[in-house]
Design a protein around this ligand. Structure first.
Ligand code: HEC
Length: 199
């Protein structure tokens, strides 16, 4: 082996050792808590109030099947995160997307978009956080359209960001935000108002 060849062999060897070390460190972090591993492996069943159970059981079976299919990509669950806490994660991840698009960091924008799109699932299912009178096929029928704007939209943002098409990614991000706002105007209630303010 020439000096040059042996130098290359050494670099390759170091690179391989380096890769192995990184992989095993990654394997160690695949335990909870980590990016991949959340506090629960599956959606825990909670005892829900009778009113809630009655309302959910009135949903048509084909609607429930479609709803389950639509949400099946959420495979990260939480033992105790509320919907509002999951929303804060979503907000933080979408802020990351917009920031990274502005500085043309496509890789990180895509990471954050994918993470936001597959956000964790709150304790007791998302439906546990909407008003009872909105748990019906009519109101919830808006969700597939909203989901297309937000979760599929974020996937499209990631595809554009990876291709460094920041203009299209930014435009698509506008649809994502439209989806956030549409869902809030329909399903977000209470808004953390103070019970102490009288007038
Ligand atoms: C499927 C409907 C839905 C979608 C889509 C949605 N949200 Fe929410 N969001 C809610 C509901 C419901 C609440 C109120 C939850 C509560 O208070 O328990 C909420 C609350 C929030 C909050 C908490 C702060 C507050 O004032 O209530 C933030 C932040 C938030 N959403 C961010 C986002 C962002 C960012 C997106 C889009 C990337 C988004 N949400 C998409 C339903 C949705």
């Amino acid at each position: 082996m020439s000096r040059k060849q042996s130098f290359i062999a050494a670099v390759v060897a170091i690179a391989m050792v380096g890769t192995t070390a990184v992989n095993s460190a990654y394997a160690d972090t695949a335990k909870y808590p980590s990016v991949d591993k959340t506090s629960a492996d599956s959606a825990k069943q909670y005892k829900m109030s009778k009113e809630f159970v009655d309302q959910v059981s009135k949903l048509p079976p084909e609607f429930v099947a479609q709803f389950k299919k639509m949400t099946s990509k959420h495979t990260r669950f939480s033992e105790d995160a509320t919907a509002r806490q999951v929303m804060m994660e979503l907000l933080s991840d979408t802020q990351c997307v917009t920031t990274m698009l502005m500085v043309e960091n496509g890789e990180m924008a895509a990471d954050c978009a994918i993470r936001a799109s597959a956000h964790r699932w709150p304790k007791g299912h998302l439906l546990a956080y909407v008003q009872l009178n909105q748990i019906n096929a009519d109101s919830l029928g808006a969700l597939p359209g909203i989901n297309e704007l937000v979760e599929r939209g974020l996937e499209r943002v990631a595809e554009f960001a990876i291709k460094k098409d920041f203009i299209s990614a930014g435009a698509e991000m506008g649809n994502v935000l439209k989806g956030c706002a549409t869902c809030h105007s329909m399903f977000r209630f209470d808004k953390g108002t103070s019970p102490y303010i009288r007038e």
